[in-house]
Ligand binder design. Structure first.
Ligand code: NAD
Length: 494
């Protein structure tokens, strides 16, 4: 029996029909991941019907793997991939997944309960419920910049919601992918969770399969490819994308604190962070002080030589290194003012924390998502200028405001649109699982984290239970004058 007919047999035994693709079965049969997909599909009802205790057990096993068994291996893998400091791996990769698990453990029982909602009087005799049922077989495609966090974070939500999952991490951090693969193989059968490593073609092949849900984290450009592929099977999508996230600093801000926080937000992971401040819109009166503080805080955080610092990581690969250094080269020749930094070293993909003023609007620094340790600063004199500037661009994934002026803060909040943000800080919104995380339009579709992640991987199934003869039972044909009066009454009062 070949693997396809075996899988079809399994599906019949499980009471499910094989994939209905309107006659496109042959196309799918050749797909290298069709076997795993079908085994997961055959197993979906079993996994979907697990109790919250069974799901918690799986999350607990993942927690132990991250916290104890594989912690050191993960740290070493990320150091090998882009010299990520161990402490940063603990803080930005392991900690967010552990807290996501902890949050799910505290709340999963109530999330899984059928939620009773009101029933209108006209439907008297029935009660109404929302049941969160699993989406089914899900695909998670993740980026390289926080490979553990952005692969296992969504996995926690998918498991909590009772799905089977295929994970495809980025090809750019192969050491991290290898350890994640070991963890998944140790904890799960392939018909529940599988991880496939490999290049872009792997993702392209996976995207041809009729997943029930696709959770993608990456660039807006690839997000569009994912959405197009999903449309073929009407798979639902969560798209966690990127873009340029602005930071506004007004004249009232505590500048020293603002600079400290921006340096932390921008140069952690060497700026390779989706919600890092991409550029700063600074009140022009603060330019000199900002520059002085920037230089002194960089020296304090990373010593005088960031290249020697054990707290500063590298650019992930040569391609991204060359992209980023081309921004610096461009800045050297287009009239920009490199106020601090600007050095780099190709042997190690090292780029110094860099501050740039007066970058022309049509330069790559002001047009592309930077995703690296270069901070352009644009000066303004009237608060309407940064608001208009932000609104002339795509909606950002994050928007940060540094100010003590409540009126200014409210004005910016009311007159801009963004996926998330902070007032007088940055990045922290990612760590509160009570908040939905995600973008808006070009920066993303759908939300993740906590209950919002559970919802992303669930279908809200609506159902009603009829208890007694209901009011609507009186309105069947034949339509009489009495029934007309009842309908008139219904239209008038309900
Ligand atoms: P990317 O879009 O290049 O790649 C992401 C994933 O998609 C990888 O696994 C890759 O293999 C796959 N992929 C690449 N090209 C593909 C194609 N043509 N077809 C199918 N799959 C393909 O992104 P990246 O460079 O890994 O990450 C950087 C981007 O991700 C930035 O834009 C950043 O802002 C964004 N990001 C967003 C979040 C968020 O939570 N919103 C988090 C991290 C990164």
């Amino acid at each position: 029996m070949n693997s396809f007919s075996k899988n079809t047999d399994e599906l019949h035994k499980s009471g499910l029909s094989p994939i209905n693709t309107n006659g496109k079965m042959e196309e799918l049969e050749d797909n290298p991941f069709y076997g795993i997909f079908n085994r997961q599909k055959a197993n979906q009802l079993n996994i979907g019907n697990t109790t919250y205790k069974e799901r918690l057990k799986k999350l607990e096993a993942l927690k132990n793997a991250l916290e104890v068994d594989y912690k050191q291996k993960l740290r070493e893998a990320l150091y090998a991939d882009f010299k990520k400091p161990f402490l940063e791996t603990d803080l930005t990769e392991i900690y967010p997944v552990l807290t996501e698990i902890k949050f799910a453990k505290s709340n999963l029982k109530s999330w899984m309960k059928d939620q009773k909602v009101d029933t209108p009087l006209a439907l008297l005799g029935a009660s109404s419920y929302i049941k969160h049922e699993p989406k089914g077989v899900c695909l998670i495609i993740s980026p390289w910049n926080f490979p553990i966090n952005l692969t296992f974070g969504p996995l926690v939500s998918a498991i909590a919601a009772g799905n089977t999952v295929i994970l495809k991490p980025s090809e750019m951090t192969p050491n991290a992918s290898k350890v994640m693969s070991e963890i998944i193989t140790a904890l799960f059968n392939e018909d529940e969770v599988a991880l496939v490593e490999g290049q872009v073609e792997v993702a392209e092949n996976l995207l041809k399969l009729p997943f029930n849900h696709i959770f993608f984290t990456g660039s807006p450009q690839v997000g569009k490819i994912v959405m197009k592929a999903a449309s073929k099977h009407l798979s639902s999508v969560t798209l966690e994308l990127g873009g340029k996230s602005p930071t506004i600093i007004d004249a009232s801000a505590n500048l020293e604190k603002a600079v400290e926080k921006i340096i932390f937000g921008k140069f952690t992971n060497a700026g390779q962070t989706c919600i890092a401040p991409d550029y700063v819109l600074l009140h022009s009166s603060l330019k000199e002080k900002f520059t002085t503080l920037f230089k002194s805080k960089i020296a304090e955080f990373y010593s005088d030589q960031a290249e020697q610092s054990e707290s500063y990581c590298r650019i992930v690969n040569q391609k991204h290194f060359e992209r980023l250094t081309s921004y610096i080269e461009e800045a050297k020749h287009n009239g920009s003012n490199i106020a601090s930094g600007g050095a780099f070293n190709a042997s190690d993909n090292y780029i110094e924390p860099t501050l740039v003023f007066e970058a022309p609007e049509d330069s790559k620094l002001m047009q592309d998502e930077i995703f690296g340790p270069i901070l352009p600063v644009k000066l303004y004199s009237n608060l309407q200028e940064p608001v208009d500037y932000i609104n002339s661009k795509e909606k950002p994934l994050a928007l940060y405001i540094y100010s003590k002026n409540k009126k200014h803060i409210n004005y910016i909040m009311d007159n801009t649109r963004a996926g998330s943000g902070c007032v007088n800080h940055n990045l922290l919104q990612f760590l509160n699982h009570n908040l939905p995380f995600g973008g808006s339009n070009n920066s993303g579709i759908g939300k993740s984290h906590g209950f919002f992640g559970f919802e992303a991987f669930s279908n809200r199934r609506a159902f009603m239970k009829q208890h007694t003869i209901g009011a609507t039972d009186l309105l069947r044909p034949p339509y009489t004058n009495f029934k007309q009066k009842l309908i008139d009454l219904t239209l008038k009062w309900f």
